[in-house]
Write a protein that binds this ligand. Structure first.
Ligand SMILES: [Ca+2]
Ligand SMILES: [Ca+2]
Length: 410
């Protein structure tokens, strides 16, 4: 993104905003503008203390609405300033032109000020709710059964939007960037995609579940290659679920109905496999999510065995933890699994409607979440991923939304 282009976009947005505010329009903020879809991601905030909170739309913190606040919002929209959770004046979950319009309406007295509180989201288990986005539907930013999620090195979030047969890409604050896919078996089409993984270069791998294949795309959704077909031979797949990329670029695929993990090169050449149906060490029962740590160790979540298994990158069993239940360290159908830069493991405990966090050897650290639709609550969540800055994104499946949390100091 060139500075000139940003400045031009900023000027256009400013003129548009002023015009809309003068005519008393209220921006819906539902549709991403061209500026939003092309802006480059901003560096995620390294928040380590709980947000103190403030007033929505008051970007300079002086307790009043001003034109300066609106300009600050527009600078965020076009990528000149990092995002601020107090920017979402119209409360639609993203920073957009509508927020600047909302503030300007307050400046000229068309709307009442203040617009509400920002920041200071509920804290549970050492994690603070930051934001949520999405609702049920098929429009941009809407979901139908969102499953597993992934994040790239820049902090962008990818969602396997299963029943919409597509992948959606968002900024770290939930601004819609792009989408790709439709129902079908052609290149770039999907049949109930369930898993998504991203490599260090930003390429996106999708577990195309009922097409029994993996598809690889660029970070903006351009088809690169595909591999797999229905079966149980090497390189064949049966209902692939989770997909994860190791530190060397190899791709691990949860071969759900074959009860095994398959490992491929980044272009789909079969390397190795392990697992069989069962409950012993190295066996799987309804394996679902997979994650790889910085050392190349592989973590697999199994819904029906209610456990996490840890392997070397070539499938040698290391350890396991978990059993059926709702106590700390127990699971009721774990699905998504993720690992952070320090090697901590995060598990979506689907029917307990919570996230549990463990050390890399399975020692329970913390948990958060309960069943419901309020912020910080979940309804049959499936996906979890940790961004480079430690933010945790959860695919809150039955609530048709993504929720973002951040670790906070006590
Ligand atoms: Ca202000
Ligand atoms: Ca907004």
């Amino acid at each position: 993104m060139h500075l000139l282009r940003r400045c031009q976009a900023l000027t256009v947005l400013l003129v548009m905003t002023m015009a809309l505010s003068l005519f008393g329009c209220s921006g819906s903020g539902e549709n991403a503008t061209e500026a939003e879809t092309t802006l480059s991601p901003v560096a995620p905030a390294q928040a380590v203390t709980p947000a103190q909170g403030g007033l929505l739309g008051d970007l300079d913190g002086d307790g009043a609405a001003s034109v300066g606040d609106a300009i600050r919002i527009l600078r965020i929209v076009v990528g000149l300033d990092p995002d601020d959770e107090c920017a979402d004046a119209n409360k639609n979950g993203t920073t957009d032109v509508g927020d600047a319009i909302k503030v300007l309406r307050c400046v000229v007295g068309l709307d009442d000020w203040p617009l509400g509180e920002c920041g200071g989201g509920p804290i549970e288990g050492g994690y603070q709710f930051v934001t949520a986005w999405g609702s049920e539907g098929s429009g941009d930013g809407q979901f139908d059964n969102p499953m597993l999620v992934a994040v790239d090195a820049a902090g962008n979030v990818y969602v396997a939007d299963q029943r919409n047969h597509r992948v959606q890409k968002f900024t770290s604050t939930g601004i819609f960037i792009t989408k790709w896919g439709s129902k079908g078996a052609g290149d770039g089409q999907f049949s109930y995609p369930s898993g998504v993984g991203v490599d260090a270069a930003g390429n996106v791998y999708v577990g195309d579940r009922l097409n029994n294949r993996v598809q690889k795309f660029t970070s903006d959704g351009t088809f690169i290659t595909k591999w797999g077909s229905a079966g149980s031979g090497d390189g064949e797949l049966s209902g692939p679920r989770g997909v994860a990329v190791g530190p060397g670029g190899d791709v691990y695929v949860v071969d759900h109905y074959n009860s095994r993990i398959q490992k491929f090169t980044s272009t789909g050449t079969f390397i190795t496999k392990w697992g069989s149906y069962g409950s012993g060490d190295g066996q799987f029962w309804n394996c679902f999510g997979v994650a790889v740590d910085a050392d190349g160790n592989v973590y697999v979540a199994e819904e029906a065995n209610h456990r996490i298994q840890k392997f070397t990158g070539n499938g040698t069993f290391i350890t396991k933890w978990g059993s059926s239940g709702s106590d700390d360290g127990q699971f009721n159908c774990p699905a998504g699994v993720a690992v952070d830069a320090d090697g901590n493991v995060y598990v979506v405990d689907v029917q307990n409607c919570r996230i549990q966090k463990f050390s890399g050897t399975g020692t329970f650290i913390t948990k958060w979440g309960s069943q419901g639709s309020s912020v910080g609550q979940f309804s049959w969540p499936y996906g979890v991923v940790v961004a480079p800055d430690g933010s945790v994104y959860v695919g809150d499946t039955t609530n048709s939304r993504i929720q973002k949390f951040r670790p906070v100091a006590p």
